[in-house]
Design a protein around this ligand. Structure first.
Ligand code: BG6
Length: 469
């Protein structure tokens, strides 16, 4: 794979080249790939944004952004990496910007005497997607090189639409302009090692195979709880809220991996079809319980509209009426400005009632709990009941730790490294299909409608969320 990569020069164009995503995620991820030898040996990164910068000013900007992230690499290595960057000033709606991008790519082709493959990364707010898609199409910026295995691809960040109707319209446009194998819809959760572990756990371990269903699993609680507040993302966040920000995508993808039917894990198409099948089981269903809340003080965040009723926390519980999952209650809970940071799926198995009923008349329900923690650390544990030492037959719960990231020799790649690497190597497994996007919105849109009818609770920043009497 790497040998093949090294052969093919690649041009990476970042729309939003001076934005937050580029600074905090994309530059560091590209640097890590560069240092690990996982980028093509000849590549150029072209940043596009409105600021007026020269190539060398942009390279300094990239270097400074990297320094702020505190990555520990030798200065000469970072400098060499930054020398691959070029800059184009322009706006997304101006067709001449696209001509300048093409020109910058062409110049690079001339320098190396070979035509590059092209990757266009839309690291921009979603309102710019359509105009960028259209201009990329009309300017023919995705024109392929003459070589048979050349490619041109688009990386698109979420949120993809803001409800079912807008997502369908966007999807229609995208598919009319580009081929499906050119479109890489990002959900960076799919690119997390810890989350991919769900597939390993479920499909490689025989002992779980027969118990992975609603007859054995009582509940699945997916949590994405953050201590961070909305911070400097006020205007972005206020327009979408927590359900759209993480529920429509990250949490539903965790749900899909946990409940999808078995599939050939080495076949990208099969995996995407299986995830879509899992999402289809949710349609048309409305959760039995919905709670939404906002942390106190949110309204004073820069960019947030006065009196905003955007949620910064939600919790929904629902069941799935399929033969496999009948009986299990699923809960999603997510929020900002909470008392602790955790991202996990807690899978609780049905209880066994085993008691010494003469001595202990109230039966104790013994449940096994499988806890898959994805962040802040990757960790999997299962609670098991064992006999406590002694004459009496009394039980105690002990934790069996399956995976801990501490001490691993090979670190997990950062999600954005995986996103970029997979796009360059043409692996769509960890990207969302158009069908998945649509199914996710089919489930989420009625909940958003329902939100309008429901009270918006308040909670204290740094607490466990709303207290509902
Ligand atoms: C992003 C959301 O998609 O995911 C953020 O826009 C959220 O609001 C983030 O904080 C969580 O991702 P991670 O990788 O930090 O768990």
């Amino acid at each position: 794979m790497l040998h093949e990569l090294a052969m093919r020069p690649t041009g990476i164009v970042i729309f939003g080249g001076t934005g937050d995503l580029a600074k905090t995620k994309l530059f560091p991820a590209l640097l890590n790939l560069f240092v690990a030898g996982q980028l093509p040996s000849r590549f150029v990164v072209i940043g596009l944004s409105r600021k007026e910068l020269t190539n060398s000013e942009y390279q300094t900007f990239v270097e400074e952004s990297i320094a702020q992230k505190g990555q520990q690499y030798e200065k000469s290595m970072v400098r060499e990496f930054c020398s691959h960057f070029r800059y184009v000033a322009g706006s997304f709606g101006d067709e001449t910007s696209y001509e300048r991008i093409k020109e910058a790519l062409h110049q690079y082709d001339e320098t190396i005497g070979q035509c590059t493959n092209k990757l266009f990364y839309l690291a921009v707010p979603p309102e710019y997607y359509e105009v960028i898609f259209e201009h990329l199409h009309t300017s023919n910026a995705l024109a392929l090189c003459d070589e048979a295995d050349s490619w041109a691809r688009l990386l698109v960040e979420k949120p993809f639409g803001r409800d079912l109707t807008t997502a369908q319209a966007l999807e229609e446009k995208l598919c009319a302009l580009f081929a499906d194998n050119q479109i890489y819809r990002i959900d960076h959760y799919l690119a997390k090692d810890a989350i991919e572990n769900i597939i390993a756990l479920r499909f490689v371990n025989t002992i779980l195979a027969d118990s992975w269903n609603g007859q054995t699993i009582e509940s699945v609680h997916i949590k994405l709880l953050e201590t961070k507040d909305v911070s400097n993302r006020g205007s972005f966040y206020d327009a979408i809220g927590t359900l759209r920000d993480v529920g429509q995508n990250h949490m539903l993808q965790i749900f899909a991996l946990l409940t999808m039917p078995p599939a050939d894990i080495h076949d990208p198409q099969a995996i995407r079809i299986a995830r879509a099948a899992a999402l289809r089981t949710l349609v048309p269903r409305l959760p039995e319980q919905i709670t939404r809340a906002q942390y106190q003080g949110y309204g004073t965040t820069t960019g947030v509209t006065e009196g905003s009723d955007t949620e910064t926390y939600f919790k929904i519980s629902f069941t799935v009426d399929t033969a496999m999952w009948k009986g299990t209650t699923f809960t999603f809970e997510a929020g900002k400005a909470l008392d602790h940071h955790t991202n996990e799926a807690v899978i609780t198995f049905l209880p066994r009632n085993l008691c010494n009923c003469a001595a202990e008349p109230t039966p104790h329900e013994h449940r096994n709990v499988l806890r898959m923690q994805f962040a802040p650390e990757q960790r999997m544990s299962v609670s098991m009941w064992t006999k406590a030492p002694g004459f009496a037959f009394s039980l105690r719960e002990q934790e069996l730790v399956l995976v801990a990231s501490d001490g691993e020799e090979t670190a997990s790649p950062e999600a954005y490294e995986r996103v970029l690497f997979d796009c360059i190597t043409g692996d769509q497994t960890r990207f969302v299909s158009g069908e998945e996007v649509e199914l996710a919105w089919q489930f989420i849109t009625p909940i958003l409608e329902q939100f309008k009818e429901l009270p918006l609770y308040e909670y204290v920043p740094g607490s466990t969320g709303p207290v509902i009497e």
